[in-house]
Design a protein around this ligand. Structure first.
Ligand code: IMP
Ligand code: MG
Length: 172
């Protein structure tokens, strides 16, 4: 089967959305320092663009989780592949994710981070597939709400392909 890409969000649309999120986040946190936890690998490009536009002090860290299941569907069985390095005790943490789909990954990450006794935990996702949610998870900052469909590009992959693309595409 050949893979075809259809443009969903251009560089310009992404830049505009990332700038809006950075403005909202900067204004909400005031002068508080925020610790961003980027969820690897999908969120790396989004995080890099976002933090450049924040006007508050930021500490950057990452974690990586693995979800078992098929390439397109998460099973909800999750394992930590790379641990957070920063101490999160008493910190204001902002989780940065590429996509919320069923919500299972993010629910796991939120609970995992919350167990480290941060002062607060918020979530920022670039893409939100609201209609696919299986478990409720509060998302504080949302870039784009999208319909069901598999997306790639701007950090997001299919089988490690297309991550490097600067735009977001629908894969069919
Ligand atoms: P969830 O646990 O079902 O919410 O899955 C979220 C994770 O699955 C995201 O962080 C992505 O890594 C992956 N994912 C979900 N939808 C897509 C997609 O359309 N393209 C690529 N990865 C996706
Ligand atoms: Mg992910």
């Amino acid at each position: 089967m050949t893979e075809e890409l259809t443009l969903l969000f251009s560089r310009k649309e992404i830049a505009k959305t990332v700038a809006r999120l950075a403005k909202e986040i900067s204004s909400d946190y005031g002068n508080k320092k925020v610790v961003t936890i980027g969820i690897l690998k999908g969120a790396f490009m989004f995080l890099a663009d976002l933090v450049r536009l924040l006007t508050i002090p930021v500490e950057i860290d990452f974690m990586r989780i693995a979800t078992y299941g098929s390439q397109r569907e998460s099973s909800g069985e999750i394992k930590v592949m790379k641990e957070v390095e920063a101490s999160l005790e008493g910190k204001d943490v902002l989780i940065i994710e590429d996509i919320v789909d069923t919500g299972l990954s993010l629910k796991f990450v939120r609970d995992y981070i919350s167990a480290k006794n941060p002062a607060s935990v918020k979530i920022c996702t670039l893409l939100d597939k609201t209609s696919r949610r299986k478990i409720e998870v509060q998302v504080d900052y949302i870039g784009f709400k999208i319909e069901d469909g598999f997306v790639v590009g701007y950090g997001i992959d299919f089988d490690e392909k297309y991550r490097y693309l600067p735009e977001i595409f629908i894969l069919n």
